[in-house]
Design a protein around this ligand. Structure first.
Ligand code: AMP
Ligand code: MN
Ligand code: MN
Ligand code: MN
Length: 327
C-alpha cells in the first residue's frame, strides 16, 4: 500500500541505505499496483502524514513541491489527498521516489450526510478504478456551478467580480472551491488571512455560502473500497457533531465499509485527540494521522509536525507493506 521505488542512489535518506533498483526511464506511466515488497516497510520511519493538499485542489504547492517539502520536514510516508481529484498523484509519487520517502496515493472526497458536509479520505486507492474515477468527475462537475452561486451570493452582499478571480486562482478550473474565493477576498482586503475569511464569509448563514449536494456517504466509501483503498473519516472534530450524531455517523460509516478515522489532525486539540482515540477504539476503527497541510501560512502545522497517535490506537498503516511500483 505504501509505494516506493528507487531510482539509482536517490533512495537514501538520513544515512539509511535502502535497497535500490534502477527504474527504467521513458517507460509507460507508473502503475499504482503494489507488487514485490520493496523496500520492507519497517525500514521506513514512523512519521506518517496521511492528509495533504496540492495545487491540484486547493493547496498552494504543486504536488512535487509539496512532497519535497514534506520530506524535508521529516515525513517518512506521505499521502497526497487532494479534494475530489487524483490528478496530482503521478507527480507526487515521482517526487517521493526522488526524495526517498514512502508514498500513499490518496483522495479526500466531499460528502453530504444528513444535513452535514463531511470529508472522507481514501488511502491506498488505485486512481484508475472506474467507479472512483467517474464518481470524482461527477463531484467536480458540480463545483463550477456552485462557484457561480457563491459569486452571486457575494455580489448580493456588495462584493462583485469574484467568480472569474476565484477561478483564475484555481490552477485546476474544475476544482474551484471556497479556499480560492477566500484567497481572493484576502487579496481584496476583506480579511487578513484565509482562516479569518471563514468567520464572516463562505460559511452557512454568511455571504458567499451556497448549499451543495456532494456524494452520498455510502457511495463515497464504496468508490474508495472498490479502488482498493481504506476509507477514513477526515478531521472529525471539525463538524461540530454532538455525541449521539457522531456515534450514528460512525456506525453508518462502518456499515458502509469505512474502516478508519483521523485521530491526530492539524486542527484537533489535545482533548480532541484523546476523545477521538477513545471513539476509534470503541467503534473498532483504525486511527489515522494527517496534517491537512494546504501550504505555507495556511495551515496549523507543517507536514510531519503532528503529535504521535495515542498508544491505544491501531494505526491505519499497521498492516501496510511497501509495494514495488510496476514501471
Ligand atoms: P470546499 O470544498 O470548496 O467547500 O472548500 C473546503 C475547504 O475550505 C477546506 O478543505 C479548507 O481548505 C477550507 N476551509 C474550510 N473551512 C475553513 C476554515 N475555517 N479555515 C480555513 N480554511 C477553511
Ligand atoms: Mn482544502
Ligand atoms: Mn477536509
Ligand atoms: Mn483536507
Amino acid at each position: 500500500m505504501i509505494l516506493s521505488s528507487g531510482s539509482g542512489a536517490g533512495h537514501c535518506r538520513g544515512g539509511r541505505r535502502l535497497p535500490c533498483r534502477p527504474s527504467r526511464s521513458g517507460g509507460p506511466r507508473l502503475w499504482y499496483t503494489p507488487g514485490v515488497l520493496y523496500p520492507p516497510w519497517r525500514l521506513l520511519g514512523n512519521n506518517y502524514d496521511l492528509h495533504t493538499h496540492s495545487s491540484v485542489s486547493d493547496g498552494l504547492l504543486t504536488p512535487a513541491e509539496l512532497v519535497a517539502w514534506a520530506a524535508r520536514r521529516g515525513t517518512d510516508v506521505v499521502a497526497l489527498t487532494d479534494h475530489d481529484e487524483v490528478g496530482g498523484l503521478d507527480e507526487a509519487l515521482a517526487a517521493a521516489e526522488a526524495a526517498g520517502i514512502g508514498f500513499v496515493p490518496g483522495v479526500e472526497v466531499s460528502v453530504s450526510w444528513e444535513s452535514h458536509t463531511l470529508h472522507v479520505v481514501g488511502l491506498g486507492i488505485d486512481p484508475r478504478a472506474p467507479a472512483l474515477r467517474d464518481g470524482l468527475a461527477e463531484i467536480r462537475a458540480g463545483r463550477l456551478e456552485r462557484a457561480a452561486r457563491m459569486a452571486e451570493s457575494l455580489a448580493r452582499a456588495g462584493i462583485g467580480g469574484t467568480f472569474d478571480a476565484a477561478v483564475a486562482l484555481a490552477r485546476n478550473r474544475e476544482m474551484v472551491g471556497r479556499t480560492h474565493f477566500a484567497r481572493h477576498l484576502v487579496e481584496r482586503g476583506y480579511a487578513k488571512d484565509v482562516k479569518s475569511v471563514f468567520k464572516n464569509y463562505l460559511v452557512k448563514g454568511k455571504p458567499g455560502f451556497s448549499p451543495h449536494a456532494w456524494a452520498a456517504l455510502d457511495e463515497a466509501v464504496a468508490w474508495i473500497v472498490t479502488a482498493g483503498g481504506r476509507a477514513v473519516i477526515a478531521h472529525p472534530g471539525r463538524y461540530g457533531l454532538g455525541p449521539n450524531v457522531l456515534a450514528r455517523l460512525l456506525e453508518t460509516f462502518r456499515a458502509a465499509g469505512g474502516t478508519g478515522i483521523e485521530v491526530v489532525t492539524g486542527n484537533h486539540t489535545r482533548d480532541q485527540i484523546r476523545d477521538f482515540a477513545r471513539l476509534a477504539v470503541r467503534h473498532g476503527l483504525l486511527a489515522s494521522r494527517g496534517s491537512d497541510y494546504h501550504g505555507p501560512g495556511e495551515s496549523f502545522v507543517d507536514p510531519a509536525g503532528l503529535p504521535p497517535l495515542p498508544p491505544e490506537c491501531v494505526p491505519v498503516w499497521h498492516d501496510w507493506t511497501a509495494g514495488a511500483l510496476q514501471h
